[in-house]
Write a protein that binds this ligand. Structure first.
Ligand code: FES
Length: 192
């Protein structure tokens, strides 16, 4: 037994000497040292990168604003309310029957950015139009109730949108965008 112990001690001493030496010729040992060094370096990178990544995570406030709820009972027939969502204006419009019928009537009017009125509101809810209130030309905020189509007119360069928010004239290339939203109840929508 003492002899066995002596051999083990000799082996450990030889190992330690090899580790201390830079001339280690054992490929498996070199691999281990390289892997250990790489892992240590990766740990260093992770330690440096984490605060940066953490800073890029949205704060609680931002997360809270990534979706908002809106109570439709605040809006009267024929009225539009503008809410802020992700720093953008969103138009929530309670359309009159006239606005709806004009919008549906223009479904096949050779639209620049073709879309039926039905595709721009939730099924069975044609009275509620929810739009990002940003002109698709250069980003101004259009005004409702102006222009020849009874919808929105952009004050910057004269783009005209109809009562479905579809582009009908002027330089804007696209319809006013419909944000991602859903009905939580008959009187409440969640945007985002
Ligand atoms: Fe609206 Fe130019 S930004 S027409």
């Amino acid at each position: 037994m003492p002899r066995l112990r002596k051999r083990r001690d000799e082996h450990e001493v030889a190992d330690t000497a090899a580790a201390a030496s830079h001339g280690d010729d054992d490929p498996s040992r070199r691999d281990f040292i390289n892997i250990a060094a790489a892992a240590a370096a990766a740990g260093g990178v992770a330690a440096v990168a984490w605060p940066l990544i953490d800073q890029m995570n949205p704060s609680g406030d931002t997360l809270a604003l990534s979706s908002i709820e809106f109570d439709l009972s605040k809006v009267q027939l024929g009225q539009q309310v503008e809410v802020k969502w992700r720093s953008k204006p969103v138009f929530v419009r309670y359309r009159t029957p006239k606005e709806i019928s004009e919008a549906v009537g223009a479904d096949n009017a050779g639209l620049r950015d073709p879309a039926t009125d039905a595709s721009r509101h939730k099924p069975g809810k044609p009275q509620w139009l929810v739009l990002i209130g940003v002109c698709t030309h250069l980003g101004c905020i259009p005004n409702f109730g102006q222009g020849p189509y009874g919808g929105w007119l952009c004050p910057c360069h004269g783009s005209v949108y109809d009562t479905s928010g579809r582009i009908r004239a002027g330089p804007a290339p696209l319809n006013l965008a419909v944000p991602d939203y859903s009905f939580e109840s008959d009187t409440k929508i969640k945007i985002g």
